[in-house]
Ligand binder design. Structure first.
Ligand code: HAM
Length: 404
């Protein structure tokens, strides 16, 4: 084993995985462009309070998953565990609300959480997230979920979109109380973590994965039955719009999400096959104000790129690859051929390997070239090159005169 290893949970991304990443990122960016989102590049490091205030003191992320450190002036900083908190901080700090009635932003980059690494779970992972600031209308929720559905359909991945409403300041307190009371009655079936959660953050007990907790909350009161008039109306409009757009979804009354800032609509795209959530989001109508901005309802989602990559089975075929093979004292001419082919938009490598035809064809095979462009002294003298289709073996002579 080499002396130096990457840090646990931090991985190198290359080869096929990176191709999937870039493919996903381009596809999602193109969708976001069609919905008129604008990119924002956010810092990887923020003051720790940005996350404590937004994600919530009682959440797993803030309590035990943040990478924090002190700078030289003893201020506590954190590597961002997610993008929404920083986006809200930036929205408020840069007074983006002054520009337009509502603002649609997206960001992409690494996030950091000190979680136990496992398949699809890393300590450095990548998200592409989108946020809409400034509208309380359920049409925004419907459009965002529609956008998520479009991404998933275009990729052809098998994922279910789950939705729920977790209410607002008006209706959630009564639900919290009802849930806490219920949980007190099933205490003996709860895991240790949930025993701790049941008073501080009872909603989180609803999505505990421990089987005894799962069955203990089966008959728990449901938030949907506690929604106030406004939240009920919002949720029913959302479903009406989703139905109108033929977007399939499943209502999951136990969907609560692990971050405290959510209100009303929450949603997740879940792969049942792998038992993972690949895209998640929801509304956070109070967060901008809590972070010092004007009251601004907002909603967003983030795609976990590592997770979504796991579901993408194949990539669209790449452009054909040309390998230019110089034989003899012909390099200047061969370079001109390569330059001309690239100028036509072709993907071209010049062989850096010395050796005869057999060695060169071995190289072509290894780099998975589709065409060999053979350039020998005869070719140079005659003003052409020999194009060999490596799949069919057919050779053709292509006239060539350097244009430069
Ligand atoms: P989240 O559910 O914490 O939400 O993360 C969103 C997605 O990031 C997850 O569904 C998953 O695909 C991916 N993810 C999270 N943790 C890891 C990990 N350790 N390794 C690999 N992938 C991971 C948020 O972060 C919210 N900011 C989403 C949002 C945006 N809500 C509103 N706007």
């Amino acid at each position: 084993m080499p002396e130096f290893q990457s840090v646990r949970g931090f991985h190198d991304i290359y080869g096929e995985e990176l191709k999937k990443f870039r493919y996903l990122s381009n596809l999602i960016r193109e969708k976001l462009r069609l919905y008129n989102f604008e990119e924002i590049v956010l810092p990887v490091v923020e003051y720790v309070e940005v996350f404590q205030r937004s994600i919530g003191e009682a959440t797993d992320i803030v309590q035990k998953e943040m990478f924090t450190f002190q700078d030289r002036k003893d201020r506590w900083l954190a590597l961002r565990p997610e993008g929404t908190a920083g986006a809200v901080r930036a929205y408020v700090q840069n007074r983006l609300y002054a520009l337009k009635p509502y603002v649609k932003l997206f960001y992409e980059g690494p996030m950091f959480r000190y979680e136990r690494p496992q398949a699809g779970r890393y300590r450095q992972f990548h998200q592409l997230g989108a946020e809409v600031f400034g509208s309380l209308e359920p049409v925004v929720d419907a459009e965002l979920i529609g956008l998520v559905y479009e991404i998933l359909s275009e990729l052809g991945v098998k994922v279910v979109i789950e939705i729920n409403s977790i209410g607002c300041k008006v209706c959630r307190p009564a639900y919290r109380d009802a849930l806490s009371a219920y949980l007190a009655g099933v205490e003996e079936h709860l895991c240790e973590v949930c025993l701790d959660r049941k008073d501080r953050n009872p909603l989180r007990v609803l999505d505990c994965k421990v089987p005894t907790c799962k069955s203990a909350v089966k008959d728990a009161p449901k938030m949907v039955n506690f929604l106030c008039e406004e939240c009920r109306e919002h949720y029913s409009k959302l479903k009406e719009y989703l139905n109108a757009m033929s977007i399939p979804y499943r209502e999951n009354p136990n969907l609560v999400r692990g971050l405290d800032y959510y209100t009303k609509t929450v949603f997740e795209a879940v792969s049942e096959e792998l038992d993972i959530t690949v895209i998640a989001g929801g509304r956070y109508d109070y967060l901008v104000e809590e972070m010092g901005g004007p009251p601004t309802p907002a909603i967003g989602f983030a795609v976990g790129l590592e997770r979504l990559s796991m579901l993408v089975k194949s990539l669209p075929p790449e452009d054909p690859l040309y390998l230019v093979i110089p034989f003899g004292d012909v390099l200047p001419y061969a370079l001109q051929v390569a330059k001309a082919l690239r100028a036509e938009g072709k993907r071209v490598e010049v062989s850096y390997k010395k050796g005869g035809l057999k060695k060169q064809l071995e190289l072509a095979n290894k780099i998975r070239a589709d065409y060999a462009v053979i350039v020998g002294e005869e070719e140079m003298a005659g003003g052409f090159y020999t194009l060999k289709d490596l799949n069919s073996g057919i050779q053709t002579r292509v006239e060539f005169s350097p244009a430069f």
